[in-house]
Design a binder for this molecule. Structure first.
Ligand code: CTP
Ligand code: MG
Length: 231
């Protein structure tokens, strides 16, 4: 089943502390952004990539696309001040139907089987998001004093990709805009319409490159992927 993917890449990487957009930092020899794009470049079901970027970063990103042979970018959108606005800009400018994925540019280690499962689940049910179960004991403690140990079998740590049928996502973004609602992921916008969102079990290595420790982990994951590919 074919899909298009919207990739917000217009952040500033404040928590990484590099002083510039963390997506330009390299893992191995390639920028993080290129690793992420390569996943979709290789997936035959992906028919197009829409990238939200800061206008001033677009020329250097275009250079990287040329340099690393990324051919599937069908459009750019100007990133906004919040991630949600960056995704909204992609949706408005370039995506018009079918199954749509949203994936953080900062998650280069997403696995193909998770993408496949998200796309087929979204095609059936309208909305599907990637997640993993917590490994640690989880406590509810709103003011730092434990009120309850939460049953962790009922909890999920949510990642991207998040997959939707275009109509569901469009309606959710329209409603969020009308209500001035800002969510931390696309799923929240869909949830508040009352539309069920299914969780697809992802992998623990689909980490978001957020702080410098993640880069250390990222280098090791990259080596492991290269070894897997050689087998
Ligand atoms: N993003 C975006 N537009 C924004 C903010 C974030 O397109 N206004 C993108 C980032 O480039 C990243 C993804 O959304 O690929 C997830 O965001 P996050 O990991 O928080 O990245 P940053 O916002 O860049 O990092 P930080 O929050 O530490 O500043
Ligand atoms: Mg951020």
């Amino acid at each position: 089943m074919d899909y298009t993917v919207m990739i917000p890449a217009a952040g500033s990487g404040r928590r990484m502390g590099a002083g510039y957009n963390k997506l330009f930092l390299t893992l191995g020899e390639k920028p993080i952004l290129v690793h992420t794009l390569e996943v979709f470049e290789k997936d035959r079901a992906c028919t197009g990539i829409v990238l939200a970027v800061k206008p001033e970063e677009r020329p250097s990103i275009q250079d990287d696309l040329n340099r690393f042979g990324i051919t599937k970018v069908i459009g750019f959108a100007d990133g906004g001040s919040e991630r949600q606005y960056s995704v909204a800009a992609c949706l408005k400018a370039h995506v018009t139907g079918g199954i749509v994925l949203v994936h953080d540019a900062a998650r280069p280690f997403i696995r193909q089987f998770v993408i496949d499962e998200l796309v087929s689940t979204a095609a059936k049910f309208g909305a599907a998001i990637a997640g993993v179960k917590p490994k640690d004991t989880m406590k509810f403690a709103p003011v730092g004093i434990v009120e309850e140990t939460v049953d962790r079998d009922k909890l999920w740590i949510i990642q991207t990709p998040q997959a939707f049928s275009f109509d569901v996502l469009k309606e959710a973004f329209n409603k969020a805009k009308a209500d001035d609602f800002l969510g931390t992921d696309e799923s929240m916008l869909v949830e508040r319409m009352g539309h069920p969102v299914r969780i697809v079990e992802s992998t623990y290595d689909n980490v978001k490159m957020t702080t410098t420790e993640d880069l250390v982990f990222g280098e090791i994951l990259l080596q492991r992927r290269q070894q897997e590919d050689e087998k």
